[in-house]
Design a protein around this ligand. Structure first.
Ligand code: ADP
Length: 256
């Protein structure tokens, strides 16, 4: 199935122009705001295969580039996802790259500038990216699990596209299209989401993202009572604090 994506600003034209000029792209914005879906959509539109990697604090350069493995008594080199994308001229999407170990950005430097070259120390190979290769990374500036930020010198290597939660009308369209719920339910859910996002006084690390609103809508569509759907997909997901749970449940009950 073709990925469906509802553009919310100029992201499609900016990305297409960056691709034309072989410039790498950084998508910055909160979790669940459509970054991954956007990359899937652009890869499809521009007719390129896509390789996606979700980075975490254990992700190392070898995980991305490749390593020697012992197979049947022999040592063989196995390409990692970055190397596969470079060889095939694929789109490469590195999600939450700031979480990865520091050696990751170092090896990606030569790929993200005019050289478009990947140096593989362990094999002595120097690979020029095949035509069509496009590197995209994502970064959530508000979320710093290990107080990690991306260095300004790294940021300067990328064309940056900012993502945020869409306006109410667009979000209603997304939630109803993604889940199949009636517009009236989608409107209530999105209004709830908007209200939760404004609660800056509550100790929330993450907020009610578009993804969570879609989850709630899908549970409702599956027959779950809206209060239970909102509780399990939104309230319990964004907080573990008992008082905050009560405050959020009150908001849900006012609408459903
Ligand atoms: P991120 O990568 O920013 O964490 P995702 O791309 O995974 O977020 O988006 C989460 C979900 O929200 C998607 O699976 C999709 O259902 C929905 N979504 C968010 N924004 C959009 C959009 N603009 N168009 C279509 N779906 C969207």
């Amino acid at each position: 199935m073709k990925p469906w994506y509802r553009p919310v600003g100029h992201e499609v034209t900016v990305f297409a122009s960056a691709y034309k000029q072989a410039l790498p792209v950084l998508l910055k914005g909160p979790t669940g705001s459509g970054k991954s879906r956007f990359v899937e959509y652009m890869a499809d539109q521009l007719d390129r295969p896509l390789i996606q990697v979700a980075c975490n604090e254990d992700t190392s350069a070898s995980d991305l580039i490749g390593r020697f493995l012992i197979k049947g008594g022999e040592t063989v080199w196995v390409d990692g996802p970055v190397t596969r994308a470079v060889r095939a001229g694929s789109f490469l999407y590195l999600d939450e790259v700031a979480e990865a170990r520091e050696d990751v950005m170092v090896v990606l430097h030569s790929l993200s500038d005019f050289r478009r070259t990947l140096y593989i120390d362990k094999t002595g190979e120097s690979l020029n990216a095949a035509p069509g290769f496009q590197m995209t990374m994502s970064f959530n500036p508000g979320y710093q699990s290990r107080l990690k930020e991306m260095k300004p010198s790294t940021r300067q290597r990328f064309v940056t596209i900012a993502f945020d939660f869409p306006t109410l009308d667009i979000e209603v369209e997304i939630v109803s299209k993604e889940s199949g719920v009636d517009l009236s339910i989608a409107k209530k859910l999105c209004a709830l989401g908007e209200q939760i996002r404004k609660l800056t006084e509550l100790p929330l690390k993450e907020t009610a993202s578009t993804r969570l609103l879609v989850y709630a809508a899908k549970l409702i569509q599956a027959g779950l009572h809206p209060r239970l759907a909102c509780d399990s997909s939104i309230v319990q997901t964004i907080t573990d604090d008992a008082e905050t749970v009560t405050a959020l449940r009150d908001l849900v009950e006012l609408r459903f």
